[in-house]
Design a protein around this ligand. Structure first.
Ligand SMILES: Nc1ncnc2c1ncn2[C@@H]1O[C@H](COP(=O)(O)OP(=O)(O)OP(=O)(O)O)[C@@H](O)[C@H]1O
Ligand SMILES: [Mg+2]
Length: 381
């Protein structure tokens, strides 16, 4: 059993001018036994600090950290049975790769034959077998990172804490190791907290993602929920690439239900509206007249050739293509519409080219609405 429970954990550092900075702010989180949880957020969000708190390398300013039901706030790192791979790892320069992998086992008095078996299995898994006799100075950055990962894996601790363990690897190796790590985690039944700033990596790896910003949890959910039902505008913009588009709008009554009237950049309502399904409108009851931010994923933007008219047709939302980026099977088309910039994800054989005038349509059913008045842009529905 290795269940990690954080209850209202905070870590405050003194800032450069003596002010106090909460790197981690009242975080409550349970990582279940055998679960892989991914902490994701931008630089400075507090990810490494949170991991270091679980490892015991930082002392919490407030709150409790429990592993297996025991509060470990006062337990030193070596007695917590956790293994951490650091963002900026260091190997023992005077030991070979084999020596680096084996050291932790020797210190823990694991019998020699057992240690040798574990080192060789781990090396095989990480593709380090041909490098076992090399010194760290003779390894590439990616190879060193694999040795650092190996040192944690070989120990078979209760909890693995991995801080951007794949960041120095090239893209194909990173993808391969990520998949291997996921399989191994399931096979070993290991409890893992994995930190990354890369949302694509987080989506690929995690069953449960915890999005952090400014030391606070923004949302904890499975990848699809984060993508489809982001709790606030930050999560909406952070998860998904290209990011969600945001347009200004106003909720207005339409018969029995509601519509979102899209607004130009200046805020003035345009003739274009997105219908809101009756079920959603019920949730938004009383919200008519309210300003909203409309979130639309790039795949929910459709571009059509503009109908041939000399004046802009009022029934067609018109945009101008600004830029086209190739992305393999698809292309990302940057369009200016209603004085705002949006991105459409279209098949790469779509004929869009810069300067082209296009008709723009949105899949209204997938649109998400956010409250522009709240600081975090909380989702309205
Ligand atoms: N020892 C320290 N003293 C003072 N401030 C610190 C200390 N460690 C971290 N911080 C601050 O706490 C905040 C969170 O830092 P942390 O390293 O946890 O971020 P992170 O999410 O891991 O970022 P990155 O993706 O860049 O690694 C930052 O603003 C950082 O400057
Ligand atoms: Mg970090």
């Amino acid at each position: 059993m290795a269940r990690v429970v954080l209850d209202q954990v905070s870590k405050v550092f003194p800032g450069p001018k003596g002010e106090l900075l909460a790197a981690v702010n009242a975080v409550s989180l349970t990582v279940e036994d055998k679960e892989l949880v991914v902490l994701v957020g931008p630089s400075g969000a507090g990810k490494s600090t949170l991991l270091r708190l679980i490892a015991g390398l930082e002392v919490a300013t407030a709150g409790t950290i429990a592993i297996d039901g025991c509060v470990v706030n006062q337990v030193p790192p070596q007695d917590r049975d956790v293994a951490m791979v650091f963002q900026h790892h260091a190997l023992y320069p005077h030991l070979t790769v084999y020596g680096n992998l084996a050291l932790g086992l020797h210190l823990r008095r694991v019998p020699k034959a057992e240690a040798d078996r574990r080192v060789r299995t781990t090396a095989e898994w990480l593709g380090l077998t041909p490098l076992l006799e090399r010194m760290p100075s003779a390894l590439s950055g990616g190879e060193r990172q694999r040795v650092a990962l190996g040192r944690a894996l070989v120990r078979q601790p209760k909890v693995f804490l991995l801080d951007e363990p794949l960041s120095h690897l090239d893209a194909p190796l990173r993808a391969q190791l990520r998949a291997d790590l996921k399989r191994l985690q399931a096979r070993l039944g290991a409890t893992v907290v994995y930190v990354t700033h890369d949302q694509a990596e987080a989506l690929a790896l995690g069953e449960r993602l915890v999005v952090l910003r400014d030391g606070q949890i923004q949302q904890a959910a499975d990848p699809l929920t984060l993508y489809r039902r982001p709790a606030n505008r930050f999560v909406a913009g952070f998860i998904g690439s290209p990011p969600m588009n945001f347009l200004r709008g106003r909720l207005e009554p339409r018969g029995e239900t509601l519509e979102v009237r899209l607004c130009a950049a200046a805020g003035s309502p345009s003739p274009f509206a997105l219908a809101i399904a009756a079920t959603r409108a019920a949730v938004l009851e009383g919200a008519a007249g309210r300003d909203v931010i409309v979130g639309i994923r790039p795949e929910d933007v459709r571009l059509q050739p503009h109908p041939a008219t000399n004046a802009a047709t009022p029934s067609v939302l018109t945009g101008t293509v600004d830029l086209v980026e190739a992305a393999g099977a698809e292309a990302h088309v940057h369009v200016r519409v209603l004085g705002q910039a949006i991105v459409a994800r279209v098949p790469s054989d779509s004929p869009a080219r810069p300067g082209q005038v296009v008709a723009v349509e949105f899949a209204a059913a997938h649109a998400r609405l956010f409250d522009p008045a709240s600081a975090s842009g909380v989702a309205l529905g």
